[in-house]
Ligand binder design. Structure first.
Ligand code: DP6
Length: 387
């Protein structure tokens, strides 16, 4: 059977200036600009194969091994925007554009951990479709229609998403600020926190904040514009101290907005707050900023830090949360030399210990990486069905 297919991988991104609130729910136009680091696809990524053929009788999609319906307005918006662009690019025949599409996608990290997977997933889908239908130019504007934060996963390094001013969203796009190679020492530790509470989704949480949080108005009008400009300068200068302070302040303000929402959206738990406390404690002992925390709409901590500080910070985290570090798959991602808690970070005497065992499930050690890429291994066979 003649099947045309493309397979891509796309990264996760973690915002340091958070996106929270939309001016248009359907077009996914944000209230404010935002900025993120793109994480390396070796350690966390979505992988998607898209295929078209005259023989496919309908559109079909498989996500992490299960067939799902395509009857989702965001998904359909992405597919139809790609096809519209493809039609004007004119590289496929009208007949090929009419063929049904098969989509197969999976993540290389557990989705159950509540780690942002929709951003990588939609970025991967849109990028793969863009390659298959041979469209040129920016596709972040299309990925945005899947999930707002997905537009930032279209580029590597540090990326800003400009809210834009056009009511139809055409200028609400992501742009790279610097490539991954600009700050090669930057590392990221994702501390996956055990938690079973059901969370309000980002989509409905931010909707509620827009309805009634006064603090969100102040954040959008005053804080975000100032922070965007300051953190961009800090990234260009590789000024970790400033970068880290703004990152932590913005995460704290985002969660303050969530609490200012009525009824409140509570995403961080006691362990999340315990990690934030620990970071402030070790930064104080060190007399400099060794790490910055940030939290999305869930309890997991994401730490930005420089390569030289990874062993010490990990030692402090493991000491305080006295996790069984020998547990299989506790450390994932880049390897690291394990050390005792350095005296400069407070040493074991001064840091205290968390009252419960196994508050952390596992840790992913990664770095800043590139945007989506085409790969050779495919998830669909020559019949267009999952392997
Ligand atoms: C807290 O992009 O998941 O992670 O656009 O409704 O799909 P939708 O929301 P989503 O929101 C992400 C919110 C955040 C902050 C961020 O990534 O900037």
């Amino acid at each position: 059977m003649a099947v045309k297919s493309v397979t891509c991988v796309a990264p996760v991104n973690i915002a340091v200036i958070k996106y929270w609130g939309k001016t248009d729910e359907k077009l996914i136009i944000p209230l404010n600009d935002s900025l993120s680091g793109t994480l390396h696809t070796d350690h966390m990524c979505a992988k998607t194969t898209v295929a078209i053929s005259s023989k496919f009788s309908k559109d079909r999609m498989w996500l992490n091994g299960t067939e799902e319906s395509l009857d989702n307005p965001r998904l359909l918006a992405c597919i139809s925007e790609v096809k519209d662009r493809a039609r004007s690019a004119g590289k496929l025949t009208e007949e090929e554009l009419q063929w049904n599409v098969h989509i197969c996608s999976e993540n290389n990290f557990p989705t159950a951990a509540g780690l942002a997977s929709s951003a990588a997933g939609y970025a991967c889908l849109v990028y793969a479709l863009a390659m298959l239908y041979k469209i040129d130019g920016d596709v972040s504007v299309i990925a945005r229609r899947g999930s707002g934060s997905a537009c930032r996963s279209i580029y590597g390094g540090f990326v800003q998403w400009i809210a834009g001013t056009n009511p139809n969203g055409t200028d609400s796009i992501a742009q790279q600020i610097v490539p991954a190679s600009h700050w090669p020492e930057m590392r990221v530790l994702i501390l996956v926190v055990s938690d079973s509470r059901k969370k309000t989704s980002s989509t409905s949480g931010m909707q509620r904040s827009c309805e009634n949080s006064e603090l969100l108005k102040h954040r959008v009008a005053k804080c975000v514009p100032e922070r965007m400009s300051e953190i961009t300068k800090a990234i260009l200068k590789k000024d970790f101290e400033t970068f880290a302070k703004i990152t932590m302040q913005d995460s704290n303000q985002f969660h303050a907005v969530c609490l200012d929402t009525y009824p409140p959206c509570v995403y961080m738990n006691d362990v999340s707050h315990g990690i934030a406390n620990l970071i402030h404690t070790i930064n104080k002992f060190a007399g400099r900023t060794v790490a910055a925390y940030t939290y999305d709409a869930g309890p997991n901590a994401c730490l930005y830090l420089l390569e030289k500080d990874v062993p010490g910070v990990l030692a402090a985290v493991n000491h305080v949360f006295h996790t069984d570090t020998k547990k299989e798959e506790y450390y994932r991602g880049l390897s690291v030399d394990l050390v005792d808690v350095p005296e400069q970070l407070g040493g074991t005497k001064n840091l205290g210990q968390w009252p419960e065992n196994n508050a952390l499930r596992y840790i992913i050690h990664t770095k800043i990486g590139e945007g989506p890429q085409i790969v050779s291994e495919t998830l669909l066979n020559s019949e267009g069905l999952p392997n």
